[in-house]
Design a protein around this ligand. Structure first.
Ligand code: PNS
Length: 183
């Protein structure tokens, strides 16, 4: 296999890890993944399994929803991880962590996280992408709150997520054929 000047395998392509809770995935996340694919050959969506953080959807449910969104995109890999992100990244050939930045309020948290990850692994960089103007106000947390209170989240999350949210909050699901988790 061809090597670059540092003696690394050239043919592996550029890989980024896009970590997050994805509880649930939103169009804001999807926008970052799609734009990430313009820069990287492969994006690994890494869903954090954090036992201390109460999530609405189980890790299996989150995996299935994200996989379903990218079922036709072979260069998006969907996986989950437990423990430190840097340890998970070390098991892949990614050198970059991809994160979306919404507004100034995200900055401090993201800056601390990127600095800590860089201190844990000096080979690792975090690349930030500004969220598109259409989604800068979208977060999984507000999506859950609006959905729980019966507000419309259509257009902000994929349809399959809209249906899953309605099921979780025991709200009427539009009449449609009985769907599985994957569609
Ligand atoms: O979507 P989120 O909840 O903002 O994602 C945060 C996430 C999952 C990327 C972050 O909490 C994380 O990397 N968790 C794994 C544990 C870890 O490595 N912590 C040290 C980084 S400060």
């Amino acid at each position: 296999m061809a090597k670059n000047m540092k003696g690394e395998d050239k043919d592996m392509g550029k890989v980024a890890i896009y970590p997050g809770s994805f509880d649930p995935i939103t169009y804001g996340h999807i926008d970052i993944i799609e734009r990430g694919l313009e820069i990287f050959d492969k994006v690994i969506v890494a869903i954090a399994e954090n036992e201390e953080k109460r999530s609405l959807f189980s890790v299996e449910e989150r995996l299935r929803m994200v996989k379903s969104c990218f079922k036709d995109t072979s260069n998006v890999i969907v996986d989950s991880f437990k423990g430190l992100l840097v340890n998970y990244v070390g098991k892949t050939n990614a050198k970059v962590i991809l994160r979306g930045l919404r507004a100034t309020s995200d900055f401090e948290y993201e800056f601390h996280m990127a600095s800590m990850n860089r201190s844990l692994n000096t080979q690792l960089d975090t690349l930030f992408m500004m969220t598109s103007k259409d989604y800068f106000f979208v977060s999984s947390r507000t999506i859950k709150e609006v959905a729980r209170l019966g507000g419309a989240v259509e257009g902000l999350v994929p349809d399959l997520v809209v249906r899953r949210l309605k099921e979780k909050f025991k709200l009427p699901v539009p009449k449609k054929r009985r769907i599985g988790w994957d569609d």
